[in-house]
Design a protein. Structure first.
Length: 456
């Protein structure tokens, strides 16, 4: 079936009380609008037209997905919003799926089911509806004696009797393109809100003799609209549970799902264990048998198997297999750790490569460095990468041993198998195999304290 989606996202979202457009508010680490676009793409729709208005530039800049943008400069209603997309679809004769940018929980499965039923029925319009306990605020589905949908009445325009209907309009529909745009030409803003309602199109199509139908959503929570920050948090909780359940079903142990936060684009290998207080954001990918957390923030991490992380913050970094990090480490962007690398407590690493089997066990800063294989970095070692103006590189060869409390003043190179004595400030390159000690000679005065006491 030839389907194009039109996603309505031009509204202000007044009740969010935000300077940011509503559809950019995040759920599980991703703007609401991206979830909706993702659901459409997941349902097999390759062309998505997004109608933007309020904060249009910000929305366009923030959402880096392959969509067509259309601007609705004045927000005159949902029907008016759909009209803005017409000029992009003048020759289009397929089906149009209309979605709202503020229903981020909608699933691809539900959209696929709607499209499938729409196709089978030969309807001119199929409305996705839901039976809800409290229908207030939503448009009500009006059916004729034969059960066919004859129209939708908005809450503010509904009669006493119509308000009792608890089958509501989810704001998601599938239309035959030609019938949609023909019907849109006839709607008027003569209603309680003075807007061009998309919902009025249903009655127009019905009275023109078009077939109208409804498809009920299986889980009404999927179509929950987000209008304020209370609903935003509720949606976050629902989506978070869904994500956690998917990981658990796929073989990941999550010790305490109430205290674990995994973004929608995170991949975790089987038999990994996630401890409480762990936040995973962005495009993270962990291998099998990892132990993640407790109390760690992991953003855009690509890790091999058997990574162990405790009480640490890692962002935009890559690790091999068998790496241990923490407790209390900070791994910053551009860090690449090879297999079996150990990063211990109170270590900060930035924009550096640490090759297989090397260790940075305690209290170090490694920045703009390349550390070879099987290198040991003693406690308190600092790469002095910044001279106040520019950043410089430190290079350490395989099997080198850097004594504790060494300052490596970059640019500087320590060759393979070299040894740096503890407490050295290294400003010149050290050749491979050399011993380098840079510190004042130790002086020892025997019996110093006894002699001092005698003088008294
Ligand atoms: C709409 C439906 C209602 C349905 C409900 C489901 C209409 C008239 N009503 O009501 O039947 O039960 O959704 O959540 O359609 N938008 C624009 N331009 C505009 C106006 C709105 O792009 O001029 C966008 C909004 O950004 C939003 C979506 O359309 O994403 C829905 O608009 P909203 O004002 O939230 O409609 P509801 O009152 O919720
Ligand atoms: Ca809404």
């Amino acid at each position: 079936m030839n389907v194009v989606a039109i996603i309505l996202a031009a509204g202000k979202g007044t009740r969010m009380k935000s300077r940011m457009p509503k559809v950019l508010h995040g759920i599980c680490g991703k703007p609401m609008l991206e979830h909706v676009i993702g659901a459409a793409v997941g349902a097999g729709i390759s062309r998505n037209i997004v109608v933007i208005g309020h904060g249009a530039d910000t929305v366009r800049e923030s959402v880096k997905l392959d969509v067509d943008w259309v601007e609705q400069t004045e927000q005159l209603g949902t029907g008016h919003a759909v009209m803005q997309a017409e000029r992009l679809l003048s020759d289009f004769t397929g089906s149009i799926l209309v979605l709202c940018g503020d229903t981020p929980l909608i699933s691809s499965d539900t959209l696929q089911r709607l499209l499938q039923k729409h196709k089978e029925s030969g309807n001119s319009v199929s409305v996705l509806t839901a039976d809800v306990g409290d229908p207030s605020g939503y448009g009500r589905i009006i059916r004729g004696d034969d059960g066919a949908v004859t129209g939708i009445v908005e809450h503010r325009d509904a009669s006493e009797d119509q308000l009792k209907i608890n089958e509501i309009n989810t704001g998601i529909y599938c239309f035959a393109a030609k019938e949609l745009f023909t019907a849109l030409q006839t709607i008027s803003p003569a209603n309680a809100q003075g807007e061009y309602y998309l919902t009025d199109v249903i009655a127009v199509i019905a009275s023109n003799g078009g077939r109208t139908g409804a498809v009920k959503v299986e889980d009404a929570l999927e179509t929950m609209g987000i209008n304020d920050r209370v609903q935003l948090a509720a949606a976050e909780t629902l989506m978070r549970r869904k994500i956690l359940t998917a990981h658990m079903t796929a073989g990941v142990t999550i010790i305490d799902p109430d205290n674990t936060y995994i973004g929608s684009e995170v991949i975790i290998g089987c038999d990994s264990v996630v401890y409480p207080g762990t936040v995973m954001e962005g495009k993270c990918c962990f291998g099998e048998n990892c132990i993640l957390g407790p109390y760690s923030r992991l953003t855009d991490v690509k890790a091999g198997n058997a990574l162990t992380v405790q009480n640490s913050v890692i962002s935009d970094a890559t690790t091999g297999n068998g790496v241990t990090i923490g407790p209390f480490s900070y791994i910053r962007p551009g860090t690449v750790l090879g297999d079996n690398v150990k990063v211990g407590d109170f270590v900060e690493i930035k924009n550096s490569v640490v090759e297989n089997g090397s260790k940075v066990p305690h209290l170090s800063y490694v920045g703009d460095a390349h550390i070879g294989e099987r290198v040991n970095i003693g406690a308190g070692t600092i790469t002095c990468n910044y001279d106040g103006t520019e950043k410089w590189q430190t290079r350490i060869g395989n099997n080198a041993f850097i004594g504790s409390n060494t300052n490596l003043v970059a640019p500087v190179t320590v060759g393979e198998n070299a040894i740096i004595g503890a407490g050295s400030t290294v400003t010149k390159n050290v050749p491979g195999g050399a011993l380098c000690i840079e510190r004042a000679k130790q002086k020892v005065y025997p019996d110093w304290t006894t002699r001092k006491n005698k003088k008294k």
